[in-house]
Design a protein around this ligand. Sequence first.
Ligand code: SAH
Ligand code: SF4
Ligand code: F3S
Length: 462
Amino acid sequence: MQKENEYIPLVEQVMEIRKRGEVPLAFIRTYGCQQNVADSEQIKGFLAEMGYDFTDSPENADFILFNTCAVREHAEDRVFGNVGALKSLKRKHPSILIALCGCMMEQEHIAQRIYKSFPFVGLVFGTNCIHQLPEMMYKCLVDGRRLVVRGNQDTVIYEDIPKKRDGTFKAWLPIMYGCDNFCTYCIVPYVRGRERSRNPEEVINEAKTLIESGYKEITLLGQNVNSYGKGLPEEEKMTFAQLIAEIDKIEGDYLLRFMTSHPKDCSKELIDTIANSKHISTHLHLPFQSGSDRILKRMNRHYDRAKYMEIIRYAKEKIPNVSLTSDIIVGFPGETYEDFKETVSLVEEVGFTSLFTFIYSPRKGTPAAKMDDPISYEEKNKWFQELLSVQEKISAKRCADMVGKQYKVLVEGYTNHNNELQARTSGNIIVELPCGEENLVGQFCIVEITQAKNWILKGKII
Ligand code: SAH
Ligand code: SF4
Ligand code: F3S
């Protein structure tokens, strides 16, 4: 990091001359999951140290960056469309630097397509190169050459990258990077590299600093948080359950969340820890992907329906009011309507609070992309709609059951129409509240649920 940090004042000097306005401005757009959001916070940390301020409008920016996601084709298409639209901007202001980073850039065919089709993109970098940002930017700005830096397979975790957090009371805290699970449909292990865990002391200290500086909600991040600690040196060894139990001991009024849990590694120890904790949320996001054992095997998920249901039963027994959510893929290659119906029956059996449902999207280079996939997209879409309508009824019933009860919520901001407050329960359910005199944003309060309109809850502050 020392060498990289030497470039920070150099970029600052260059931008002193090149900036278009009073201060150099950066526009950052982040696609994809919270891991990408957390990466963008590091990128913004570097930019702030290099003297940049931030803008919501690409037209005013000296530096434009898209942090991309590769998980489904739709995510990639959006990026291609939006990058194309920057061409005229670069023509109008040739001094601006346009950059692309994130998961899409770690795919060889995509990086090549970007390089050829978008000559106005000056910098492309991969997911494991953020620590080199000042150096990469300096080279682009000074030499005027186009730079592609990616495929970095090193598993070093750079702890001293600065961070500029988006939130003032909610924070993302990555505890591990990469993924080793290789679910057959998924691109993440190819674009994020091998799984590695941060040193537990670093994580606990960061949590402590956040809580002491007034953060009310911390979300621990990892693609499979349940396998946290694998590969740590013997003297640092810690399981995920032990890690959150340690963080939970920190004094203060805060809520601790985490994502994502993989059912194959979700231990009873973890559920006991949640049940016995002071600060850990009662929300468990546990993606099961498919209710059919045949499909789970083809997905390489390493659990079956019975094992999944065993965890769910244990969680319901130990954590009162546990709120369960899941990810589901509809139309995995070779899935039949009978397989799909098993997914529907699992959804009915569990009674999830809400679901994140996706139609299977083939990802180049993954094993599933080579499997026979005879069902048409239109047919899959019908199944998808069927699943949505099943879940809508379940969500509506779960919400109706909450009416008349009291919950502690964190007020997060205002609704889209700005006439009500938006708050969230520990179980991750949104509640709308009338605005009072006092500014409650960023604070916990106790509310009573007064009304449930399908899956929108209305409440009043007690
Ligand atoms: N690591 C997390 C999730 C990562 S991606 C986990 O294992 O649960 C988030 C979700 O996107 C996945 O849970 C899956 O449901 C969905 N997803 C991943 N690859 C997909 C693909 N090729 N097509 C459709 N959905 C996909
Ligand atoms: Fe993808 Fe599976 Fe890893 Fe999740 S656990 S990121 S779905 S490979
Ligand atoms: Fe997308 Fe990369 Fe996250 S592919 S879902 S941004 S890890």
